[in-house]
Design a protein around this ligand. Sequence first.
Ligand code: CAA
Length: 382
Amino acid sequence: MDFDIKYNDFRQEVRTYCEEKIAPHAVEVDREQFYSKDVHKVINDKGWWGSIVPKEYGGLGLSTLEYAIIVEEISRVCGSTGLTFAAHNSLGTYPINAFGTEEQRRKYLPPAAERGALIAFGLTEPEAGSDAGGTKSRAEKTADGYLVNGTKCWITSAEVCEYSIITARTSDEGGVHGISSFVIEKGMEGFSIGKHENKLGCRGSNTAFMHFDDLKISDWHLMGKEGEGFKQFMITLDGGRISIGAMGIGLAQAALELAAKQAEARLENGKPISRHQSVQFMLADMATQVEAARLIMYKTAWLKDNGHKHTKISAMCKLYASEVAHYCTDKAIQILGLDGYTERYPAERYYRDMKLCEIGEGTSEVQRIVIAREVLKELAGA
Ligand code: CAA
């Protein structure tokens, strides 16, 4: 497995760009809690909004592995931007390409890839979070389409997106098999954006409610077939979880670098605190965990790129990388001492941004459920 070596140059190029163009905005977007048009342009200049969109629809057609490296490097300098970027690509462009009709692909993917027309992922509802199958939003069949009513919450980029894919129940029969998915557009009558969330971390990424009040859409907006929505969204999350893993690794890497640098710079009794074994043990554990999480990420992305089922390992990737991010951002603050507890250093931002990784795109508890179910299936020979 030569992942690391093969992608070294690519990673270095992405890193340099992120350090020069995205890092300078990280403090401001976090402090002021806004989605930055300047950062949007910086990403657009590289074509990264279309990272995994095939070239025929205006994208770069990168592999999942290359895309994950971009997510990691963006998150290393700005967790907020990493989240917006990951949600648009993994949860927006991917499902339209994978499950949309050819007409939907031709309509939505070129603007998404070529100018970063953001696509949101409308799954979660006030009464359907971890239990995504508990979707209450409804799409009643009409003569030539659907009448949609319901509410979605915790939607990344809700206020700044141009399109969204959503789930809604089209049948009361068959539990999750009665859920369908649709692509909708901003400006449609009956589609409005609700309360803006002020968050603990990733504050430069936009999060708000979406409301559907007698939203009329034609049959054209259905993605795939009726009843396939839940499965489509679960498959999409199998990919999305790789990118949240990548985001966690980026934050963990940033925390490790900052901690190591400050351990060398901070003196006690005239000596750098890096000379203390207690500090070295923390740095060693951080570095080891980052390395292991990155290897899982590489393997998961490789499996996806080569058409293998990756439900279990995606959940492992997200779970492990999120917990590594928790450990590393926590220890970075510990090594910096009270300096790390202030805005003087970005350690506290890394710590706040990290928390999203343990909740968004399925909590750590959901990941454990997914992993355990897959392990039991494998042991039963299913
Ligand atoms: N791939 C393919 N099919 C899948 C699948 C997958 N990964 N996962 C489930 N399915 C299929 C099953 O095979 C099953 O199909 P059959 O009935 O035909 O056999 C069907 O879907 C139902 O599966 P389950 O019985 O496993 O469904 P469940 O109701 O028990 O749910 C769950 C399982 C794993 C807990 C799921 O509800 C889940 O993942 N919940 C978390 C939701 C989530 O991650 N939300 C994040 C929202 S997005 C976000 O946060 C982004 C952001 O903006 C920050």
